[in-house]
Design a protein around this ligand. Structure first.
Ligand code: NAD
Length: 304
């Protein structure tokens, strides 16, 4: 059963001033960007120094894009960048009021992060995961504060996409949900409430379509170009499904299909063997410059 977020009691997130983010990949840096522009002090943590440097440079470029579009000023940009502190250690989260986990889509990795993170936090700090598919109840149970833990699923690219799916675990307190819902509004996003079922709403619908597009390629029904053109012009999608898969990251797409397959035990969610092969080859899409397209040149070139 799905509940519309708009019908829920209003919360107040004004006590949240500092937001911590774990994982500085494409989602982590996008979340850091919107939080910093909205005036929050941001602590961005990753295991890889290199990911942090890339994240700060990407945020700078994305802020420039917003200046060009007239959405923010040069001053807003320097203020936003000044609000972001990066680190490879969790100690910077000591004064965070909310920490959002946005690391690799792997339950073991996320549980390890949560276990290491909790001892550093204030008891009242809220905790959220940006997972695309993993059970919020199970992740919450790996923390010392399941009542203050919930799913906060941003869309990619975060600065451009208007939606955040909000997911309660079985133990999530109503006050936590209402507070985070209020914060989402302050970030200029629209919340939608989803129940804690594998992949929630957006990816429950989107990922089987992407997986089917990979089957369509695997079975030779169409080439990369014909599949993407067909869905862009035939279904009026802004991006073809294979382009979109490369954009999301093929490892993330596969991880979500595995969660759907395991969690719902229905063969219709079987990940396409070609998707598995691409991930095994390390062809993860845009982030590794090769997926269904090759991104090493000026324009993406289909690989099949
Ligand atoms: P990504 O691969 O771009 O980034 C993941 C980052 O996590 C990397 O920088 C990695 O170094 C870091 N990381 C891994 N282990 C860590 C640890 N132990 N501590 C700190 N950092 C660690 O992935 P992404 O696309 O940004 O996805 C991150 C999360 O957001 C996943 O849960 C994913 O499902 C979710 N998500 C992704 C999308 C999308 O379109 N890609 C959309 C919505 C949600």
């Amino acid at each position: 059963m799905t509940v519309t977020a708009n019908r829920l009691p209003q919360g107040d997130s004004s006590a949240i001033r500092t937001v911590g983010i774990v994982g500085a990949g494409q989602m982590g840096h996008g979340i850091a960007h919107v939080c910093a522009v909205a005036g929050y002090s941001v602590k961005l943590v990753d295991v890889a120094e290199e990911a942090l440097a890339k994240a700060v440079s990407a945020i700078g470029k994305n802020l420039d894009r917003q200046i060009t579009k007239g959405r923010i000023t040069e001053d807003d940009k320097s203020l936003a960048l000044g609000r972001i502190e990066t680190s490879t250690g969790y100690a910077v989260f000591a004064d965070a009021d909310l920490v959002i986990e946005a690391a690799t889509e792997n339950e073991g990795v996320k549980k390890q992060i949560l276990a290491k993170l909790c001892p550093v936090l204030k008891p009242e700090t809220y905790l959220a995961s940006n997972t695309s598919s993993i059970s919020i109840t199970r992740l919450g149970a790996a923390t010392d504060r399941p009542g203050r833990f919930m799913g906060m699923h941003f869309m990619n690219p975060v600065p451009m996409m208007g939606l955040v799916e909000l997911i309660r675990g079985i133990a999530t307190a109503e006050e936590t949900f209402a507070t985070i819902r209020d914060l989402v509004g302050r970030l200029g996003k629209t919340p939608v409430s989803a129940e804690d079922f594998p992949a929630f709403i957006v990816n429950r619908i989107l990922l089987p379509m992407i997986n089917e597009a990979v089957y369509t390629l695997y079975e030779g029904v169409g080439s990369v170009e014909s599949i993407d053109t067909a869905m862009r012009l035939g279904a009026n999608h802004p991006m073809g499904p294979l382009e979109l898969a490369d954009f999301i990251g093929l490892d993330t797409c596969l991880a979500i299909m595995q969660v759907l397959h395991d969690g719902l035990a229905d063969s219709k969610y079987r990940p396409c063997p070609l998707l598995v092969k691409y991930v095994e080859a390390g062809w993860l899409g845009r982030k590794t410059r090769r997926g269904f397209y090759d991104y090493t040149g000026e324009k993406p070139v289909p690989t099949r």
